[in-house]
Design a protein around this ligand. Structure first.
Ligand SMILES: *[C@@H]1O[C@H](CO)[C@@H](O)[C@H](O)[C@H]1NC(C)=O
Ligand SMILES: *[C@@H]1O[C@H](CO)[C@@H](O)[C@H](O)[C@H]1NC(C)=O
Ligand SMILES: *[C@@H]1O[C@H](CO)[C@@H](O)[C@H](O)[C@H]1NC(C)=O
Length: 241
C-alpha cells in the first residue's frame, strides 16, 4: 500500500517535471507554426532541446530569454502575446526588426518575471494607452521599447502605467496630439526615462505635474509650442525639447 502510494507520488512528480519542460517547447513551436513562413525558425524543432533553439537562453532548463533581431518573422502581435509572452520563466524578450504586425491592444498574458520587452523597429499599431495597458499586464516589466513602430491611435483607456515601469521608449512613432502627451503625463507613475522624440505631436506643452521620478524626457522633433512653467525642469530631470 505504502509502496503503491509512493509510486503514485513519484509518477505525479515525474509527470509534473516533464510537462513543465514540454510547456516551453510547445509554446515556442506553436509560435513558429503560426508564422506565415515557419521555415524562418527552421532550427526550432523537436529534434533538439528548447535551450538549443536559436535565440533562446535558459536558466535551470527553462527559457529565460529570447532574442531575435533582423529576421522577417512577420508574426502578428497576438501570437507573440499568446505563445511567447506567456513563457512562464521569461525575463527578457527582444524581437527587434522582425516585421511584427498587428495591434498591441488587448491585454497580454505576460510572464510574471518579464523585466525587459524590446519590440522596436516593427510595424505595430495601437494607442499610447494600449502601450500603458501592455506594460500594466506585465507585473515585473521595467523597460518597454516600442521605438520605430506606428503607435498613435487616438484612443484612451483607463489603465495606468505599471508602477514598476522605469523606461518607456516610444520614439519614432505616429503620436500626433498634445492630448496623448497629457494622458501620458497624468499616468506616468514612477517612470524614469520617457522618450517621445520624432513623433508628430502638435500643440501645447502640457503641465508636468506628479512626475517626480522622471529623470530623462525627450520630446525633440515634434511640433510643441507654448511656455514651460518655471520650475518644471528642476531637480534631476534632464529634458530635450
Ligand atoms: C521588413 O521590414 C523592413 C523595414 O520595416 C522592410 O524594409 C522589409 O522590406 C520588410 N521585410 C519583409 C520581408 O517584409
Ligand atoms: C529602443 O530601440 C531602439 C532601436 O530600435 C534603440 O535605438 C534605442 O536605444 C532603444 N531604447 C532604449 C531606451 O533602450
Ligand atoms: C500622483 O501620483 C500618485 C502615485 O502614482 C497618485 O496616487 C496620485 O493620484 C497622483 N496625483 C495626481 C494629481 O495625478
Amino acid at each position: 500500500m505504502v509502496t503503491r502510494a509512493l509510486f503514485c507520488f513519484l509518477y505525479i512528480l515525474l509527470f509534473c517535471a516533464l510537462s513543465a519542460k514540454a510547456g516551453d517547447v510547445d509554446l515556442l513551436i506553436s509560435f513558429k507554426n503560426r508564422l506565415p513562413n515557419p521555415n524562418m525558425l527552421s532550427d526550432w524543432n523537436h529534434m533538439r532541446g528548447v535551450c538549443q533553439f536559436r535565440g533562446v537562453t535558459c536558466k535551470n532548463g527553462h527559457v529565460s530569454s529570447l532574442m531575435i533581431r533582423g529576421r522577417p518573422l512577420k508574426a502578428d502581435f497576438s501570437s507573440v502575446s499568446a505563445y511567447v509572452l506567456s513563457l512562464p520563466n521569461l525575463e527578457t524578450l527582444t524581437l527587434h526588426s522582425t516585421n511584427l504586425t498587428g495591434s498591441i491592444s488587448g491585454s497580454a498574458n505576460c510572464a510574471v518575471r518579464l523585466k525587459e520587452l524590446d519590440i522596436s523597429s516593427n510595424n505595430l499599431r495601437g494607442s499610447v494607452s494600449d502601450a500603458a495597458s501592455l506594460a500594466a499586464s506585465c507585473p515585473s516589466l521595467q523597460s518597454l521599447n516600442l521605438s520605430h513602430n506606428s503607435i498613435g491611435w487616438p484612443f484612451y483607456n483607463s489603465s495606468p502605467i505599471h508602477p514598476q515601469l522605469k523606461i518607456l521608449d516610444m520614439s519614432y512613432n505616429k503620436i500626433a496630439t498634445d492630448k496623448d502627451l497629457q494622458w501620458l503625463f497624468s499616468k506616468i507613475g514612477l517612470l524614469q526615462h520617457l522618450d517621445l522624440s520624432n513623433n508628430y505631436i502638435q500643440g501645447n506643452m502640457p503641465r508636468l505635474t506628479n512626475c517626480t521620478s522622471l529623470q530623462q524626457l525627450d520630446l525633440s522633433a515634434n511640433q510643441l509650442f507654448g511656455t514651460i512653467p518655471a520650475g518644471t525642469f528642476s531637480g534631476t530631470l534632464g529634458a530635450s525639447i
